[in-house]
Ligand binder design. Structure first.
Ligand SMILES: C[S@@+](CC[C@H](N)C(=O)[O-])C[C@H]1O[C@@H](n2cnc3c(N)ncnc32)[C@H](O)[C@@H]1O
Length: 362
């Protein structure tokens, strides 16, 4: 998965922006998505007392569309925040980084790039601000595991005479078994052949964030479940999927490098491990609820009042896009997690705009 997605020149994310030809993410539906994230992040800045220096670090920026819409909106609508802002992009793919730099050339004074979470030139405890990502964690390579004879084993990939083949062997690291022990999930008693994935990279990433962040927030949007749903005995084939030309495929071994590979995110582990690392959970909800709290309904209402001056087909297109952002079985069902570090009690308990509805647990 690591090679298929990120190997220089041949990996999926090294071949240009996949977003559009193979799948659409929220920022590509409507600028409203980035703008509503800006509303929330602006409030983060205010809660911290509007500091004169505030870093916003977008991790995994894809085509740069979200950054463009976010920066355009903040520059126009929040001048004092703009003054305090330092926007950084953390992007692993060299190809996408180049694409983002071209796209964001107009913001060259405001935006800088870091190479990826593995690159570590950033001093510990140096960031005051907000780390955020949309559909980053699902793009980390995962370990695949299987229950065999009452034990947890790992699924490896070999190249045989007829191409890629799966081979089951010992776990590559005890961290895989510990993962389920921490969750209290008795996976070894699950039915013979049960398969799932474990995203250990997400834990490294969280550890890195917690180390870099001095004071501020981590905002994570992605598709996923709480652990009890993710690792339910009924979900016996895991969530690893391939995306190609707007369809999903279960076979990761075809069109390698030309299709995206992803696995859902276990939001319970992000929260549990975050707490251990000093990242306190301030809120967890679904994207539909989060965007409605930040003003999406008002935007939809304003749209239905849009009149003569506006092209009707554009209005309809945008309305369709806003509904898609809310669709509970699509993008609206994504998880939204806000964690924080280094806040005072008053700051930590300040109500967040995106969490105006009671929290959901599933
Ligand atoms: C599914 S795309 C999402 C792009 C964008 N956020 C969006 O919503 O359209 C995943 C992005 O994360 C980047 N990425 C994956 N692993 C990364 C890492 N460890 N550090 C930084 N970026 C990473 C990929 O290169 C790609 O830009």
């Amino acid at each position: 998965m690591e090679w298929a997605l990120y190997e220089p020149e041949v990996g999926y994310y090294e071949q240009g922006s996949p977003i559009g030809p193979d799948y659409l993410t929220s920022p590509h539906l409507a600028a409203d998505f980035a703008q509503l994230l800006a509303v929330q992040i602006h409030q983060f800045w205010q809660i911290l007392g509007s500091p004169t220096g505030f870093s916003v670090i977008e991790m995994g920026a894809g085509s740069g569309q979200l950054a463009w819409d976010w920066l355009t909106y903040v520059q126009t609508n929040y001048p004092p925040f703009w003054q305090a802002l330092d926007y950084r992009i953390l992007e692993r793919s060299a190809t996408l980084q180049r694409l983002q730099q071209e796209r964001l050339a107009a913001f060259a004074d405001k935006v800088g790039w870091w190479d990826g979470a593995e690159q570590d030139g950033i001093p510990d405890q140096s960031v005051t601000g907000c780390f955020f990502s949309n559909e980053l964690v699902d793009a980390f390579p995962v370990h695949r595991v299987q229950v065999q004879g009452g034990a947890l084993r790992e699924i490896y990939v070999e190249v045989g005479e007829s191409g890629f083949q799966e081979v089951v062997g010992e776990l590559s690291t005890p961290a895989l078994r510990q993962y389920f022990v921490r969750l209290g999930i008795p996976i070894e008693s699950y039915p013979e052949g049960y398969q799932t994935e474990v995203n250990l990279k997400a834990l490294d990433w969280l550890e890195w964030l917690a180390r870099k962040l001095r004071r501020g927030y981590v905002l994570t949007l992605d598709y996923g479940h709480t652990a009890d749903r993710y690792y339910s005995p009924h979900r016996s084939q895991g969530t690893l999927l391939a995306y190609r030309q707007h369809s999903t495929y279960a076979d990761p071994y075809v069109q390698v490098g030309s299709q995206d590979l992803t696995a859902h995110v276990d939001f319970t582990t992000l929260q549990q491990v975050g707490e251990i690392l000093g990242l306190q959970t301030l809120g967890w909800t679904r994207q539909s609820s989060f965007l409605v709290c930040l003003g999406l309904t008002e935007r939809l209402a304003a749209l239905s009042q849009a009149t003569d001056t506006v092209d009707i087909s554009q209005v309809l297109q945008r309305r369709q896009a806003l509904h898609a952002l809310l669709d509970p079985i699509g993008l609206g069902g994504f998880g939204v997690l806000v964690q924080a570090k280094g806040l005072t009690d008053l700051e930590r308990t300040h109500p967040l705009q995106g969490f105006c509805e009671p929290e959901r647990t599933r």
